[in-house]
Write a protein that binds this ligand. Sequence first.
Ligand SMILES: Cc1cc2nc3c(=O)[nH]c(=O)nc-3n(C[C@H](O)[C@H](O)[C@H](O)COP(=O)(O)O)c2cc1C
Length: 445
Amino acid sequence: MTRQLHLNAFLMGVGHHEAAWRHERTDVRNLTDVKHFQRLAQLAERGKLDSVFFADGLAVGPRVKHNTQAIFEPITLLTAMATVTEHVGLIATATTGYIEPYTLARSFASLDHISGGRAGWNIVTSAGEDEAANFGVEGIPDHGGRYRRATEFVDVATALWDSWEDDALVLDEASGTFADTERVHRIDHDGEHFKVRGPLNTPRSVQGRPLLVQAGSSESGKDFAARYAEAIFTAQRSVADGKAFYRDVKARAVKFGRSADEVKILPGIVPFIGPTEDAARELEQQFTDLISPEYSLRQLSQMLGVDLTAHALDAPLPALPPIEQIQGNKSRYQLVKDLASSESLTVRQLIAKLGGGRGHRTFAGTAEQVADNLELWFSEGAADGFNIMPPYLPGGLEDFVEQVVPILQRRGLFRTDYTATTLRGHYGLAHRPSRYTVTAAETSA
Ligand SMILES: Cc1cc2nc3c(=O)[nH]c(=O)nc-3n(C[C@H](O)[C@H](O)[C@H](O)COP(=O)(O)O)c2cc1C
């Protein structure tokens, strides 16, 4: 079979553009309306998309005066979306930072049961100072330390998902046997950050474990992703950068003893789609015109680790701290710094470029041009698929599903129907047996 794209819809409130909520094509009241999100899931499923995804953070942060908030906790919201869909995958962000692996493993196992095997976990380490302040931590937690905790966290969570073997549930009413206790295991983990006995109190779910997704792009982030992630979200602005990242992460996965194909790389794209290229550009400009500079400067200050809130809009960026001093999102810091210097942008021009997707590339054009661009990245070896980030919702997703998907399908680049029932299946990944399951071959050896 020819290689096909994987498409994830990265959903954010009423759209990714920071001014989306002010535009006439959106209704800000949708932010608290579960039906809005259920309709988005159904729309993604109509387009045969692999999955939908929500980002998350554990603080209000600097944006609340001039921008919208993600109101709902992602696993709760995706559970509501699971009840009105049958196929589309449901990926929730959850942190390894401030919670215990036992609690997280139980929530995802529950979502996987409820959705019939469609749960995915975007593993984040929570880089924000505002988040730290809600959990008794001062300042930004150290970058290396966050990834060390994340590594132990994922080891514990996956052991808990494995603690029930696939056939541990006996369900024999006649003998009164609910579970085969030989197949339900303690994990007895005792590490630097966590001490967990197990087993999990939720039996093994349809997929065994959720799809593991990650988005770190620093050196430690790429190693972490190469070791664990089955899908990787990344912000790459050019085909050349995309190809370099793709080759780098796949090579790292092979070094960790995995096959390069087990790791799907999905760069983000914010598509403005119009009947003509000019109309699409004009639409993008309408959103840019609604940007609040006060909000954008706060967001930029956070990305770059310097206070820009009083900086002149028509001046270039001031000198920035060296990357070694950045404890937050290192890869986004580098991306924004490179963008400003390579195109000699003033701060005003920079915030306009970042408005659509906070550093993810925006693309304005016809549906045909969007499809051409995705095909180019795919065929050049810069992507296995894409993280589609509609600038406004629901219209931006509707346009993608109704106009771009059929073109990709006609070109044989995307499925015309689901061929699997689980999220792992959509991403072409095999079911993983529990680590505690002894195979027949091992028994006879
Ligand atoms: C598409 C995408 C989505 C992300 N979603 C979240 C999120 O929901 N919450 C979060 O704390 N970080 C999120 N991140 C940030 C990453 O998890 C990671 O912290 C960031 O890429 C920096 O990693 P690095 O320091 O290894 O470069 C996201 C990143 C990308 C590219």
